[in-house]
Design a binder for this molecule. Structure first.
Ligand code: 13P
Length: 253
């Protein structure tokens, strides 16, 4: 089964409006040289319109780092899926570890956001992954399975074409420690097996599973070369245009 690789740049709470626009134009340039790979960037909310403008005419898609699970109304500070779409957003992250473990989002909220985004016609990258103590306790597959089942609860098979899973071991995010290609592949294979038990092996074979956690220009190729790894979700290295360009190149087969 050939799955189109997808590389995401999660800018987190970084860049200015000007540096973000410059970065977006550089990403557009790199992406145009890699037709086989989907590329999406996740700028901070206030810059979405500026980045949408900078990406105009390119193949790079625009994503939101978070979404509200509510449609509209008195929810101070929240941003709805409809508002994001109105700004040119077509992808959303849900379940990122920083939102789970720093901000305190529960599996139930991650699920509500995932369903809201899919219902609004956005594509979703659902992030899952274990913390260091869970890994050391041999719980990696258990945690991934729990977060996957909870995150996708109520998501119909018809929506799966709009879902990507990002396996991001929490201990590898922003730490410079990357899962070995073999360990990452093992986790991805288990995730695909769980997807198979939830939706059947045909759907599971088609779904893309990205790796995230200290991916850089030097380690991307070997990680992306694993049979169940379909690209990556990149934090720090996505802020460096040349490095991100190399990572896009590494995903393009
Ligand atoms: P780093 O690439 O900085 O480790 O971040 C990964 C990540 O959290 C992407 O969502």
């Amino acid at each position: 089964m050939t799955r189109q690789p997808i590389v995401g740049g999660n800018w987190k709470m970084n860049t200015t409006r000007a540096s973000g626009a410059e970065l977006a134009r550089a990403v557009a340039q790199f992406a145009s040289g890699s037709p086989g790979c989907q590329v999406v960037v996740f700028p901070p909310f206030p810059y979405l319109l500026t980045i949408a403008d900078a990406l105009k005419g390119s193949k790079v898609m625009l994503g939101a780092q978070d979404v509200s699970d509510r449609a509209d109304g008195a929810f101070t500070g929240e941003v709805s899926c409809a508002m994001l779409k109105d700004c040119g957003v077509s992808w959303a992250l849900t379940g990122h570890s920083e939102r789970r473990h720093v901000i305190g989002e529960t599996d139930a909220l991650v699920n509500a956001k995932t369903r809201a985004a899919l219902g609004a016609g956005l594509s979703v990258i659902l992030c899952i992954g274990e913390k260091l103590d869970q890994r050391e306790g041999g719980q990696t597959d258990f945690v991934n399975e729990t977060q996957l089942r909870a995150g996708l609860a109520g998501v119909e098979p018809a929506s799966l074409a709009n879902v990507v899973i990002a396996y991001e071991p929490v201990w590898a995010i922003g730490t410079g420690k990357t899962a070995s290609p073999a360990d990452a592949q093992g986790a991805h294979a288990h995730i695909r097996k769980v997807l198979g038990s939830m939706y059947g092996s045909d759907h599971a074979a088609k779904m893309r599973i990205q790796y995230g956690g200290s991916v850089n220009a030097a380690n991307a190729k070997e990680l992306f070369g694993q049979p169940d790894i379909d690209g990556g979700l990149i934090g720090g290295a996505s802020l460096k245009p040349a490095d991100f360009g190399q990572i896009i190149g590494a995903a393009s087969v």
